[in-house]
Design a protein around this ligand. Sequence first.
Ligand SMILES: Nc1ncnc2c1ncn2[C@@H]1O[C@H](COP(=O)(O)OP(=O)(O)OP(=O)(O)O)[C@@H](O)[C@H]1O
Ligand SMILES: [Mg+2]
Length: 255
Amino acid sequence: MVTNNNEDRKVVIELQDVHRDFIVGDETVHALRGVSFKIHEGEFVTIMGKSGSGKSTLLNQLGCLDTPSNGEYYLDGISVRRMKKSERAVLRNRKIGFVFQNYNLLPKTTSIENVELPLMYNPGISARVRRERAIRALEAVGLGDRLYHKSNQMSGGQMQRVAIARALVNNPAVLLADEATGNLDTRTSFEILVLFQKLHAEGRTIIFVTHNPDIANYSSRNIVLRDGKIRSDEMNDNILSAAKSLAELPPSRDD
Ligand SMILES: Nc1ncnc2c1ncn2[C@@H]1O[C@H](COP(=O)(O)OP(=O)(O)OP(=O)(O)O)[C@@H](O)[C@H]1O
Ligand SMILES: [Mg+2]
């Protein structure tokens, strides 16, 4: 049962007045202009906003792939800015799973090898365990029958699933996804959404960037960005079931 009662839950992510400026030639782009929020353990947050509003820039901050020009980011109470680069890399690897907008899979490489990749940075994990965990993650996303397919031998939805399995293989507490359903047809989008709701029900914290306003109905909270600032931040007390919506979809014309 998903609840919006955050009072007793731990704060996993806290942003305090985060700014991110990009200097391009003589111009400065203010991609984030003072973003503050707290995200508690077990929330499923969608982030929306027009193209260029700062969604990916924000997600990159949260994923420790980039650092603020100004302001603070606390992950589990620790200031990310004050960490050394190497500490940040370890924290990112252990705590955060990141699903990129364009999958970012290695080309001509099998699903298993792509999913094993984040485990390579962990010397405590043997080759055998690495393989087992990759297989388990691929099974969890419904790709148990595509273990040895290469990325160029799969559909967009399947590649997206490999990217999700790769994000899950370290069993991260926080899962960040940038347009994880962006290039997919309606049915496949719902299948991916079912998967995210399942991960949410298992207790993971999810932050899901999307262009599609309908998806906010399936999350517990929706943050809308405009010009690098928060325009609205609302809880959703009536979370729809993606599995139910999937079952109710009219059959596709090819069925
Ligand atoms: N590395 C960069 N260098 C310079 N400007 C950048 C860089 N990354 C982003 N920007 C600028 O920052 C602004 C926010 O970009 P961002 O990619 O965060 O938008 P977005 O909301 O993710 O858009 P979309 O929906 O199109 O993916 C844009 O104006 C963009 O041009
Ligand atoms: Mg983007």
